[in-house]
Design a protein around this ligand. Structure first.
Ligand SMILES: [Zn+2]
Length: 109
């Protein structure tokens, strides 16, 4: 899973982030108004307009929403999934719990 806070960062946990995406994320983080962000926005406009989990509606013209909502890019499936901050946090917590559960069963580290 490859994720990014819209326009800011990619979560690389277990994910495949290609170099271009990383660059896009990096420069979008540096300057919030540039071509890369436009790309990001056009990506955002091409995706769902609501949270994939709770179906809250997402306004892709709202900059604060753009900076808070998470877009998960599934390169393998050429899909983007949209999550509101609440559902994203829930998801992160679940991932963390899973990781911790995994760690408990793994003494190698
Ligand atoms: Zn949600």
């Amino acid at each position: 899973m490859t994720a990014m806070r819209t326009g800011i960062r990619f979560d690389q946990r277990g994910g495949k982030v290609n170099r271009k995406q990383r660059r896009v994320a990096a420069s979008a983080a540096r300057k919030s108004k540039n071509k890369d962000l436009d790309e990001k926005l056009s990506l955002a406009t091409s995706l769902a307009d609501k949270c994939r989990i709770c179906e809250s509606s997402f306004d892709n013209t709202n900059m604060s929403m753009l900076s808070e909502w998470m877009v998960v890019v599934r390169e393998d499936m050429r899909e983007t999934h949209l999550y509101c901050p609440t559902c994203w946090e829930m998801g992160q917590k679940m991932i963390k719990d899973l990781e911790e559960a995994n760690k408990e069963g793994d003494d190698k580290k």
